[in-house]
Design a protein. Structure first.
Length: 178
């Protein structure tokens, strides 16, 4: 069963700035995808650590007529709580030397937890909320699939994009030691 996630996040926080020490678990490699094509991208199962979700595949489909992109992210225990989250970073000009260099040149980012999501654009110095009029984010109740749909018009009319998917368990060490 799929549920529509609510947009409750004002902007995408910096991964390190928001969480302090964190465990980065699964990162699907940065890949170039034409916005009018489809592709399947796999990641080995069982490679997550620290309690984060395990991303095993991403399927991307692009509709040339409408410009809509759909990212279907599958795995186990993905975006299952406020601490176990998922990031989809999109480099909308397919140039890793521009955008947020700490995020492989991402110009846009989605942050998804079990009940909400945020959508942001890199301003040149910080993540700021993006309007995302065409954005729809859904997830299944078993935390095995997240679907993120966005039109290329909300990504600066991108023709080719790079993307990466990261599953994180946000671990804050209350004692301050790492």
């Amino acid at each position: 069963m799929f549920k529509q996630l609510h947009r409750a996040r004002a902007a995408i926080p910096s991964r390190v700035g928001r969480t302090g020490p964190l465990a980065v678990i699964a990162v699907l490699a940065l890949l170039v995808v034409p916005t009018a094509s489809s592709g399947n991208y796999g990641d080995p199962s069982g490679d997550s650590t620290g309690g984060a979700g395990d991303v095993t595949a991403v399927t991307v489909t692009g509709d040339k007529g409408t410009g809509q992109l759909l990212f279907r992210i599958t795995g186990s225990n993905i975006a299952s709580s406020e601490q176990n989250v998922l990031f989809l970073d999109i480099d909308s000009d397919a140039n890793p030397s521009t955008g947020n260099l700490d995020d492989d040149g991402a110009d846009y980012s989605f942050f998804v937890d079990d009940n909400s999501y945020g959508f942001a654009h890199w301003s040149g110095s910080d993540w700021v909320e993006a309007t995302g009029a065409t954005v729809r984010v859904t997830g299944d109740t078993g935390h095995t699939q997240i679907a993120i749909s966005v039109n290329r018009s909300d990504l600066g009319n991108a023709t080719d994009v790079n993307f990466s998917v990261t599953s994180l368990n946000l671990v804050i060490n209350p004692g301050g030691a790492t």
